[in-house]
Ligand binder design. Structure first.
Ligand SMILES: C[S@@+](CC[C@H](N)C(=O)[O-])C[C@H]1O[C@@H](n2cnc3c(N)ncnc32)[C@H](O)[C@@H]1O
Length: 360
């Protein structure tokens, strides 16, 4: 008996649960086409047992977006707002179906690639964590290391301008400004003296191919995110960073074995990557950090958290946003894509704290 396509079709329909934008509309059609044995069924034939966490639907949408981005489906461009499209999503399906049928093998390959959303908006959280790292250690020279960096866009944090209602930090002429909307943050003076990342599948964000690849994971109707990404890609093109191909724990261990100049604090930063790590990877990273602490000033900054199931209204950041933690202390939460940043009302000072980051 052929495998039942209905569970995957239900995942597709349930992903957004509405048809108010292009992707909601397409997932509804993908589901029906899957059940009817159309081109979606050919593309997804090896993934009928996939779970929600596999996000097959997002892989498929990104694969399709890549075809549109490189100009091989010009009939679809009018439906992609980030490419200037203004046509209603309800008219897209016949053109999308034809594109699926024309690119079955490429889209089957796309399903093998887990989403690699490199979101420079998360640098807003990173900046707040960096201020705290500098304050705690008194070191104003920073070596920044990022496991799970994708294209390394957040390694450029000091090349972006990060602001709040009563503070600002970073170059005034940066192409990218991130508004945290958080009052009361106290920025710290610092120089990032070294920066480097790793990823299981690094992306060269300074190349046109890498840039298009990163764009393909950003939903085409979230124009603000596309603008942010374009600005960050311009920075990446001007300042390529090294992102090594390596799993997080091996790489963190190797980096922390390197000698570091006196007066430099090593900040190991990670965002929205740990949910993809096997449990032993997480444990090995923690162990490498714990062992290195006696050898160097070291601060671990993380922004992690799996989003809750969402309706059309999203979620309340203060309850469900990913947590910004500095050496385990909860400092703030934000949206998964970055600002706004919601500071934790009170930090319980530890004996080695110089001070907290917040007022009352
Ligand atoms: C959602 S992306 C986040 C990228 C970046 N940290 C950000 O916040 O923009 C998750 C990244 O984690 C990487 N990844 C997953 N498992 C990994 C592992 N065990 N070691 C290193 N990187 C991993 C993926 O390849 C992907 O690029």
């Amino acid at each position: 008996m052929p495998p039942d396509p209905r569970p995957l079709a239900e995942l597709f329909r349930g992903h957004f649960g509405h048809r108010d934008h292009l992707y909601g509309e397409l997932l509804w059609h993908f589901a029906a086409d899957l059940e009817a044995g159309g081109p979606t069924a050919q593309v997804c034939r090896d993934h009928l047992a996939a779970t929600r966490a596999d996000a097959v639907q997002l892989r498929l949408l990104a694969g399709l977006f890549r075809i549109v981005l490189r100009g091989d489906a010009p009939q679809l461009q009018p439906f992609y707002p980030s490419l200037g499209g203004t046509e209603p999503p309800t008219a897209a399906w016949p053109f999308v179906r034809a594109a699926l049928a024309a690119h079955v093998e490429e889209l089957r390959s796309a399903l093998a690639q887990a989403p690699q959303t490199n979101e420079p908006g998360r640098a807003a959280c990173l900046a707040v964590g960096l201020f705290e790292a500098v304050r705690r250690t008194g070191c104003h020279r920073v070596r920044l290391l990022e496991p799970g960096a994708a294209g390394g866009l957040n390694l450029h944090v000091d090349r972006y301008r990060v602001v709040g209602p009563d503070w600002s930090w970073g170059p005034r002429d940066s192409p990218l400004t991130l508004d945290t909307q958080a009052a009361g943050v106290r920025p710290e003076r610092m120089t990032i003296v070294a920066r480097r990342g790793c990823d299981l599948a690094p992306v060269d964000a300074s190349s046109a191919t890498g840039a298009a690849y990163l764009r393909s994971f950003v939903w085409p109707f979230t124009l603000e995110r596309h603008e942010r990404l374009s600005a960050a890609l311009a920075v990446a093109a001007a300042h390529p960073v090294v992102v090594d191909a390596a799993p997080a724990s091996d790489w963190v261990r190797a980096q922390l074995a390197e000698p570091v100049e006196p007066g430099v604090v090593t900040v190991v930063w990670q965002s929205i990557t740990e949910q993809y790590w096997p449990a032993d990877e997480t444990a090995a990273v923690r162990e490498a950090l714990a062992r290195a602490r006696s050898r160097m000033p070291l601060v671990h900054v993380s922004m992690e958290g799996v989003p809750p199931p969402q309706g059309t209204d999203g979620y309340r950041i203060a309850d469900h946003g990913p947590e910004l933690r500095v050496d385990g202390d909860l400092i703030a939460r934000s949206h998964h894509h970055g600002p706004p940043v919601v500071l934790t009302p009170r930090i319980v000072p530890r004996p080695d704290h110089r001070d907290g980051i917040l007022g009352p």
